[in-house]
Design a protein around this ligand. Structure first.
Ligand SMILES: [Zn+2]
Ligand SMILES: [Zn+2]
Length: 255
C-alpha cells in the first residue's frame, strides 16, 4: 500500500514544506481528507475515484470544491465522497449551497454528475479499489472518523483529528499485519489546556496513545500546527519512542 501526504504549501521553510491542510493519497485512486487534494497535479487528481472525509473541519476539506470541479468529466463515473452523516450534511448545507460554491449535489441529481455522496456507517467496512476501509469514531469536537485501511497484506490507521481515544486501537491491534499509524500531534505540551478543549493531542498525550498500539508498528506524527512545528518536533523526539517518525508532506510511504 502506498500512502502520500499531499503537500499544502507552495514554499518550504527550514523544516520543509509546512503542513497547513490534510490529505492522504492512498494507492493513487483514493484520498482520505481533501484539505490539499485540489492542490496536487491535475493528473493525480483525475485518478482519484473515492474521497473519504474524516470530519467537517476546513483543514480537511478546504479544496474539495476545487477538486470536484477539476475532476469533472462527463465521460466517466463521478467521484464518490464518503463521510459520516454530519460531514455529508455540512457539505450540502455549507459548501455546495450555490453561495460558497455551485450546488453540485443537486446538479448531479439532475443530469451532470459531479459527485456522489455516500454516508458512512461507523464500524462498517467498505471494500473498494482493492482495499478494506473501516471508519471508526474518534474523539474530536465534531463527529469524526479515523480510518483503518487494509489491503490484505498491510493495514494502516489514519486516526484523524482526535483527543485520547480507544476503539480504533482495539480494532487495529486485532489485525496481525498492522504496519503503521498516522497520529496527530497538534499542539505543544504547554498548550495542553487548549488541546483538551479542542480535543487534540500534545506530545505527552501522543505518547499515551502510541502506548495503546502494539509493538513494531510505525507511529508517524502528522497534523503538527505549523507555527509551533519546531517545538512539537522537539517534544516528540524527547519521548524516545523507537518507532516514531515525523510525517513529511510530499513523501510517499510504502507498507
Ligand atoms: Zn478537526
Ligand atoms: Zn485538523
Amino acid at each position: 500500500m502506498k500512502i502520500t501526504l499531499a503537500p499544502s504549501a507552495v514554499v518550504a521553510d527550514e523544516n520543509g514544506p509546512p503542513h497547513f491542510l490534510t490529505s492522504f493519497l492512498v494507492n493513487d485512486s483514493l484520498a482520505i481528507d481533501a484539505g490539499s487534494l485540489g492542490l496536487v497535479s491535475l493528473q493525480d487528481q483525475a485518478k482519484i475515484k473515492h474521497v473519504f472525509l474524516s470530519h467537517s473541519h476546513i483543514d480537511h476539506l478546504a479544496t474539495l470544491p476545487l477538486f470536484v470541479e477539476n475532476t469533472f468529466d462527463p465521460s466517466r463515473l463521478p467521484v464518490t465522497v464518503h463521510g459520516n452523516e454530519h460531514v455529508i450534511k455540512c457539505l450540502q448545507r455549507d459548501i455546495f449551497n450555490d453561495r460558497l460554491w455551485p450546488d453540485f449535489v443537486s446538479m448531479s441529481r439532475e443530469g451532470s454528475s459531479f459527485l456522489k455522496l455516500q454516508t458512512l456507517t461507523l464500524g462498517r467496512t467498505i471494500v473498494l479499489e482493492g482495499l478494506r476501509i473501516t471508519p471508526v469514531a474518534v474523539n474530536h469536537v465534531v463527529p469524526t472518523c479515523g480510518f483503518i485501511v487494509d489491503d490484505g497484506s498491510a493495514a494502516v490507521v489514519i486516526a484523524g483529528d482526535t483527543g485520547p481515544t480507544e476503539e480504533i486501537w482495539q480494532r487495529a491491534n486485532a489485525l496481525p499485519h498492522l504496519r503503521a499509524v498516522f497520529l496527530e500531534a497538534t499542539f505543544p505540551n504547554d498548550m495542553s489546556e487548549l488541546a483538551d478543549v479542542a480535543k487534540h493531542l500534545t506530545p505527552d498525550l501522543f505518547a499515551a496513545e502510541a502506548a495503546k498500539v502494539k509493538d513494531d508498528v510505525a507511529i508517524i506524527a502528522v497534523h503538527l500546527k505549523a507555527r509551533h512545528y519546531s517545538g512539537i518536533v522537539e517534544e516528540l523526539r524527547a519521548l524516545g519512542l523507537p518507532n516514531l517518525e515525523i510525517g513529511r508532506t510530499g513523501k510517499t510511504y510504502e507498507f
